[in-house]
Design a protein around this ligand. Structure first.
Ligand code: 8IG
Length: 276
């Protein structure tokens, strides 16, 4: 059997140098010397790019040094430079490399390293995920308060001891709450994937303190913090995690829930970004 995607295992031999090259490429192609805020738009969140401000440049993500084409249907493959009302510049990273793609942690971290090299001080990480709280139906946005990284990996190499207290900045969560004070907060647990969890694994996640289960974000958040950025994480619950609801999970339903919630959560995110 062959898999439909091609894994390019090209090593990011010197990850920080390639991130620097990527940042220079983006500056040149966009004409924007420095970007202030980086955004990764996960399942359901893609529409926010149109609402944040005026698009200055669109670059196919795979043309930027070190990036790959997105692997998942429903993910947007354009890197965009957006001028936000008020004058700040947002960089929307159009292709997220997931750990489950098997390209290694350097590929996963590359977006955050590029964003930092491009000048970004704030990283906004979004995702679609499974919810453990039955009160959170599909379409519920949740602020990430903290995470549990169950990938058994780190984007950091060697003796790089980075403090992760307040990884998901209280200051930024407060700003999000000033836009919508009803936004719940939760602990996001990253599994490696790409399979969804078994019900027993979901129960384990619940027992160790998780509210959300997904396949992204934690490694990127760690890389962002290493690079000196402040992190805001927001999840969209697109399904109840396995065993929390009686019905089985399907990728189609996940995409549908994202589509249905898209306009509402995109407006919310655009409002939050304008306050950052
Ligand atoms: I969307 O239920 C989405 N992504 N691990 N579990 C995990 N990832 C997800 C899920 C889920 N839903």
């Amino acid at each position: 059997m062959t898999y439909p995607h091609q894994v390019n295992t090209q090593a990011l031999d010197n990850p920080f140098e390639i991130a620097q090259q990527a940042a220079e490429f983006i500056a040149k192609r966009s004409g924007v010397e420095r970007h202030d805020i980086a955004l990764v738009l996960g399942s359901g969140w893609g529409g926010a790019a149109d609402l944040i401000g005026e698009t200055v440049a669109e670059i196919p993500a795979h043309e930027v040094p070190g990036f790959f084409a997105p692997a998942v249907e429903g993910h947007v493959g354009l890197t965009r430079s957006i001028k936000i009302e008020g004058g700040k510049h947002a960089l929307v990273l159009g292709s997220r490399t997931h750990f489950y793609e098997g390209r290694g942690v350097r590929a996963v971290a590359h977006g955050m390293r590029t964003a930092a090299a491009a000048g970004a001080k704030i990283a906004v990480l979004t995702n679609g995920c499974g919810g453990l709280n039955p009160a959170w139906g599909p379409g519920q946005p949740v602020l990430i308060r903290d995470h549990i990284n169950l990938t058994a990996a780190s984007p950091l190499e060697g003796a790089t001891f980075v403090d992760l207290t307040d990884l998901y900045s209280k200051r930024l969560r407060d700003i999000a709450h000033s836009v919508d004070d009803s936004l719940p907060e939760g602990v996001y647990c990253q599994f490696r994937g790409p399979h969804y969890e078994t019900p027993a694994e979901v129960q384990m996640a619940k027992t160790i303190g998780a509210d959300l289960v997904g396949m992204s974000t934690t490694l990127e958040a760690i890389a962002a913090r290493e690079a000196g950025m402040e992190v805001l994480g927001i999840s969209l619950v697109t399904n109840l995690a396995a065993g929390i609801s009686e019905t089985a999970l399907s990728h189609e339903e996940v995409i549908e829930a994202g589509k249905a919630a898209g306009p509402r959560i995109s407006r919310l995110l655009a409002q939050i970004v304008r306050q950052l």
